[in-house]
Write a protein that binds this ligand. Structure first.
Ligand code: BDR
Ligand code: CA
Length: 326
């Protein structure tokens, strides 16, 4: 059983990741932290609560996290739009401002997400994994406030970065780009890090026919995941078509899948990953030294360059077709 803290900027693919984590028999979700990212913090928190309530997991606490990235918005012209509002062309928009689920009636906890992370990790026996699938602001803030947590985190399974694949600029992946300094702090933390970059999530892009299979199961989780696959496919086919145009990435769910079955990630390289925080044209780029050119650089992450698409689809279908709580 993996005990985890999930950190999300919900978001459609975050929603699938949350549903998989809640429904999996191999995962115990201790709490879900929201962070600024796909949309502002009030939206990502409300969206997270909507998903949790939709599946009836009202007992799983949700904590609101950081409203701002660490420092990236302080430098004039470094980030033009804050909070992020999605692609300029609305038809490419795969998240929307709010998820198409009933408004939440449950509320987030009083404590801040960063406090929850610190308290939970410090009180643990070193058996808790953190799974951030949004910008790394909450995790980096927690590490700055209480560096001792780094010695007690079992592992951090991050959806973020890219080796050869990018999505928000010519050089950067969205989660790292939103808060590059936070990404750098986490990469330098000394924690065991499993990095699930775009190179893996694009290889695991799911077929849009999976949505049909999911609808046949009739569970609420499958129904909603099917809707998300279709919405995302409609956006991705023009915004960022995959090599196989009938597939679409559900990035964040791949990181959660790794906690259910490690074989879902493939071609894992243990190497040094750094993050560009220069504010230049490569701002937020994850620099993965896969060819090990820098002989001085110590490896700090297990970087997955591939993924088993069929296994990922099976895990998604199996986990989400489990009967929900209500
Ligand atoms: C990541 O960016 C976000 O938009 C998605 O939710 C995912 O976490 C992919 O680059
Ligand atoms: Ca996300």
């Amino acid at each position: 059983m993996e005990r985890i803290i999930l950190d999300v900027d919900t978001g459609t693919d975050d929603a699938v990741a949350i549903m998989m984590a809640l429904q999996s028999e191999d995962i115990e979700v201790l709490g879900i932290c929201s962070v600024n990212g796909n949309r502002g913090i009030d939206n990502t928190t409300e969206n997270t609560l909507r998903v949790v309530e939709y599946l009836g997991y009202d007992n799983v606490p949700v904590y609101k996290g950081c409203r701002f990235p660490m420092v990236v918005t302080l430098t004039p012209n470094r980030r033009e739009c804050f909070p992020y509002k999605g692609p300029k062309d609305p038809k490419d928009n795969v998240h929307g401002d709010y998820l198409e689920l009933p408004a939440a009636t449950i509320k987030e906890q009083k404590d801040h997400a960063v406090k929850f992370i610190i308290d939970t990790i410090m009180a643990s026996d070193g058996d808790i994994s953190i799974v951030p699938v949004g910008p790394l602001t909450n995790i980096a803030m927690a590490m700055r406030i209480e560096p001792e947590i780094c010695k007690k985190i079992k592992q951090i399974v991050i959806m973020g970065g890219g080796y050869r694949e990018t999505n928000i600029t010519a050089t950067a992946e969205f989660n790292f780009w939103i808060d590059p300094e936070a990404a750098k702090i986490v990469m330098q933390s000394g924690c065991k890090i499993i990095l699930v970059p775009l190179d893996a999530t694009h290889k695991a892009a799911v077929s849009k026919d999976l949505a049909k299979e999911m609808r046949k199961t009739g569970t609420k989780a499958c129904d909603y995941a099917a809707e998300i696959i279709e919405t995302r496919w409609n956006g991705y086919k023009t915004w960022q078509p995959m090599e196989d145009v009938n597939t679409v990435p559900i990035h964040d769910a791949l990181a959660v899948s790794y906690l259910i079955n490690k074989d879902v990630l493939q071609n894992i390289v243990y190497t040094h990953v750094d993050v560009d925080i220069s504010g230049g044209i490569s701002d937020g780029q994850s620099v993965c030294d896969v060819e090990k050119r820098d002989k001085e650089a110590m490896p700090n992450a297990y970087v997955a360059l591939g993924a088993d698409k069929n296994l990922f689809e099976q895990l998604m279908l199996k986990t989400l077709s489990k009967k929900e709580r209500k």
